[in-house]
Design a protein around this ligand. Structure first.
Ligand SMILES: O=P(O)(O)OC[C@H]1O[C@](O)(CO)[C@@H](O)[C@@H]1O
Length: 402
């Protein structure tokens, strides 16, 4: 994507900004949470202290020569950023680097006895085991008698609002729109999304997952429905190859979520059976591509991933972080067309996301104005607004006309 002067890349160096607060406050808090959750030894605690000093006051350091992913990070910009403050490089890059360094500190990268022990697992498990999850799964029973279109839309909204860890299974956002001066759903291309997935579907849905637990469960339910109803012949679920951004889903989290679904009473277990069978016969596959944890926008994706997305009927990106990577982590004017910023994509793409960072595109002028009038800029990061956006074509000319 061209470096557009009207949409600067977001950095974390502006005191008082949301990105600055993530680097200066959220990351130290995450280090503390992880320290408290595990019986780590002196070496790990020392490494966590060093990470705390580095991420708040230090500079980016090189990876050890024997790090298994050193070549990847060399290609992802590490040489250019080494020696610079964490605050002065792209915020997306700094955040990803934080999680990579955290995994080193706790021994996840190994070798050693702590290799592969997910430092965020206790938090993910707690969410999956929460009583709220039972209530949300029980709500599936109420969907059983509805026409297929309504079930599909309810499950789409469950997956969307699951990004806020709130599986409301909203049948529509219309009531929310009537209630609030600023709409809860700030863009709704739901019809366009389902038009790409008709019930005669012979194609492949790629779902690029975001969080585990109460977001991954409704993502899986949506996939189960689309496969079961013939809206997709195959599905590919992209998860993270290693723990990331605290709650991001890995393959282990998919297994936990499926087992949770299978053990639930009522309709939920039926969805689990569909998914289990689809995994067994290959209609559903799980992928953990290294680029899923890259500190870069999807415009920079490698050729193999591009080919995979190109072959899909639709690639559906879940969540805020994937949205930032899909459109580029820039301060776009909110009315910048979504089709323009995703014009590099090799096939149809959709985003399902609650708004949790400053990045947004594709709003109508009226919606953008209503949001600002009601909430100043708080709507961008509060997680109380959401969007469904779809682009079916490359359209870089939209961007040039901005
Ligand atoms: O889980 P999600 O929806 O990707 O949100 C993660 C978001 O959390 C943050 O890391 C910090 O709030 C954002 O930078 C990021 O976009």
């Amino acid at each position: 994507m061209p470096d557009t002067p009207f949409a600067p890349v977001i950095l974390g160096n502006e005191t008082g900004s949301f990105p600055h607060s993530v680097l200066a406050e959220r990351h130290p808090a995450i280090i503390q949470q992880v320290r408290d959750a595990f019986p780590y030894g002196p070496g790990q605690r020392r490494e966590l202290d060093e990470l705390l000093a580095s991420c708040t006051e230090g500079t980016i350091e090189p990876l050890p020569a024997d790090a298994p992913d050193r070549d990847l990070w060399q290609g992802w910009g590490l040489p250019a950023y080494t020696g610079r403050s964490w605050y002065d490089v792209p915020w997306l890059w700094s955040e990803s680097w934080f999680y990579r360094r955290l995994l080193d500190a706790v021994g996840y990268v190994g070798p050693g006895a702590w290799q592969g022990i997910d430092p965020f697992r206790p938090f993910k498990r707690a969410e999956l085991d929460a009583p709220e999850t039972d209530a949300e799964l029980a709500a599936l029973d109420d969907l059983a008698g509805l026409p297929e279109e309504e079930r599909a839309r309810a499950l789409l909204h469950g997956s969307l609002w699951g990004n806020r860890a709130d599986l409301g299974f909203r049948l529509s956002a219309e009531s929310a729109e009537k209630r609030d001066p600023a709409p809860a759903l700030v863009a709704d291309d739901g019809d366009a999304l389902f038009a790409l997935l008709p019930r005669t579907g012979a194609g492949t849905l790629v779902l690029v997952a975001d969080n585990a637990g109460r977001e991954l469960v409704p993502d899986l339910l949506l996939i189960a429905h689309l496969l079961d109803q013939g809206r997709a012949a195959r599905a590919v679920l992209h998860v993270k190859p290693h723990p990331y951004y605290v709650s991001d889903a890995t393959t282990a989290d998919v297994v936990d979520a499926l087992r949770r679904l299978r053990a639930a009473p009522g309709a939920a277990a039926g969805y689990a059976r569909v998914l289990w069978a689809a995994l067994a016969d290959g209609r559903l596959t799980v992928r953990a591509h290294p680029f899923s944890c890259a500190p870069l926008p999807y415009a920079d994706m490698p050729d193999d991933l591009r080919a995979e997305f190109a072959a899909a009927t639709l690639t559906l990106f879940k969540g805020d972080l994937n949205y930032r990577r899909l459109v580029g982590d820039r301060l776009w004017p909110p009315t910048t067309p979504f089709t323009a910023v995703t014009g590099y994509a090799p096939g149809p793409v959709a985003a399902l996301r609650t708004l949790k960072s400053d990045v947004v595109t594709g709003l109508s002028p009226a919606t953008a104005a209503a949001l600002v009038a009601a909430e100043e800029q708080r709507w961008r990061t509060s997680g109380t607004h959401a969007l469904i956006q779809v682009s079916t074509s490359s359209s870089s000319s939209d961007l040039e006309s901005q």
